[in-house]
Design a protein around this ligand. Structure first.
Ligand code: AMP
Ligand code: GLY
Length: 414
């Protein structure tokens, strides 16, 4: 389920499984269609999805994006007896509500930024005055597609954030302490009991080079993230992810799927910034080319509560990088309809071109979204992966597109 670059990467990897009979994608995109039969299903119409799955004898449903998870599509499918990769609505609250996650961290003693939950502007201003110093982090509670977080460095900036978040009245907001450090993302598969570490990555959220300008869904990523050393990963698993999985299981709402832990590596150790209840986009595009196992077998083990039977997830000892090509205007209103050529030429260089916002218009491939392509390559190290990914980017002919030329800059500068 899904239609982005993440889902193209998942379809590409699932299609390599010896266990696969037929792969359907709903709705998919022209890139996904190279590996799957695309069907027009509306993820919000649970009955239609359940009917399709029953009619086609589907043995596993993989839910890519967060919205259908938070909306309980996994619950509807499980109620119909269908194995699902992705958490139920209750466990997806880890991504769906920042306040839910902060409360769980407090209860389970999980390291994270100090916080206060507020419901209106008066409470927010009182909390700010009594509890916090600048910079302070102000977050809308619910799903906001990466646009719900403001780091305010002054009272005026905090006031401007409140203007937006309390526009039209009361709203759930989390105010939290600013954490200093470098960020890394850790992916962990779980069936609610067993944990299987599934790689690390760093993405580039800002639209502009040098990490400037507005936030986006992600302009590029690389994996692994060497800044998350094996020792730090161990701490993050023991101090953050394992207690989260245990706490949810004890509440009777076990998490099944992939936990994406956004971590801040602070001077005192890893702290949780946030959880996502799905793979990252574009982080998935760098995890899948490195994963040496059978994705379908692994996801089935998660969905059927058999993850404990698998030992390590085998990742190739190489680096991967993905560079997102976005439509001019993104993350504002993207230019629609621009023609895209050169995918075969890019792939002839050894790169993999995952498609995100694309549409087939007769025999032309055209842009239909903000993030359009994710050009991905692997190499013996991050430099080799970077050179190969940008070699692929150079072969793409998409006049309306732009991309960052500095993906991986932090790691490359070390
Ligand atoms: P999120 O949408 O929760 O991923 O937040 C977006 C970005 O805001 C994160 O990737 C961090 O760069 C930053 N951020 C969120 N919370 C904090 C925090 N407590 N301290 C410092 N930076 C933060
Ligand atoms: N790339 C960030 C995310 O998927 O949330």
């Amino acid at each position: 389920m899904g239609s982005g670059g993440r889902e193209h990467a998942l379809a590409w990897k699932l299609a390599q499984s010896a266990l696969l009979d037929t792969l359907y994608a709903a709705p998919g995109n022209p890139g996904v269609a190279r590996h799957a039969t695309c069907v027009a299903l509306d993820a919000t119409d649970h009955a239609a999805v359940v009917d399709f799955v029953a009619d086609h004898d589907v043995g596993l449903v993989v839910i890519g994006p967060e919205a259908p998870l938070v909306d309980g599509l996994a619950d509807s499918l499980r109620a119909a007896g269908v194995p699902v990769f992705g958490p139920d609505r209750a466990a997806a609250q880890l991504e769906g509500s920042k306040g839910f996650t902060k409360d769980l961290c407090r209860e389970a003693d999980i390291p994270t930024a100090g916080y206060v939950r507020v419901g209106n502007r008066t409470e927010a201003e009182a909390a700010l005055a009594s509890t916090f110093s600048y910079p302070v982090v102000i977050k809308a509670d619910g799903l906001a597609a990466g646009k719900g977080v403001v780091i305010a460095t002054s009272e005026a900036e905090a006031a401007a954030a409140f203007d937006t978040m309390f526009d039209g009245g009361d709203a759930p907001v989390v105010i939290e302490e600013f954490l200093d450090g470098e960020e890394a993302s850790l992916f962990v598969l779980t069936d609610g009991v067993a944990l299987l570490p599934f790689g690390s990555a760093q993405d580039h959220k800002r639209v502009g080079e040098g990490d400037t300008g507005p936030n986006t869904g992600g302009m590029g990523a690389y994996s692994p993230a060497p800044v998350l050393t094996p020792a730090l990963e161990r701490r993050a698993l023991d101090e953050i992810v394992a207690p989260t999985v245990k706490a949810l299981a004890e509440r009777g709402t076990p998490f099944s799927g992939v936990l994406y832990a956004g971590l801040m590596l602070t001077a005192t150790g890893p702290k949780l910034i946030e959880y996502n209840a799905r793979f990252g986009d574009p982080e998935c595009q760098v995890l899948m080319p490195r994963f040496a196992g059978d994705l379908l077998e692994t996801m089935l083990a998660v969905a059927q509560g058999r993850l404990g039977e698998l030992s390590l997830a085998a990742f190739r000892d190489e680096a991967a990088m993905t560079v997102v090509i976005a439509a001019a205007g993104y993350p504002g209103t993207p230019a629609p309809g621009g023609a895209i050529r050169g995918i075969d030429a890019a792939e002839a260089t050894g790169a993999i071109v995952f498609q995100a916002g694309t549409r087939q218009d007769g025999d032309r491939l055209v842009a239909s979204g903000g993030r359009v392509l994710a050009v991905t390559a692997t190499g013996t190290d991050i430099r080799a992966a970077r050179d190969a990914a940008y070699h692929g980017v150079a072969a793409i002919d998409y006049a309306d597109g732009f991309h960052r030329r500095d993906i991986g800059w932090r790691e490359l500068a070390r």
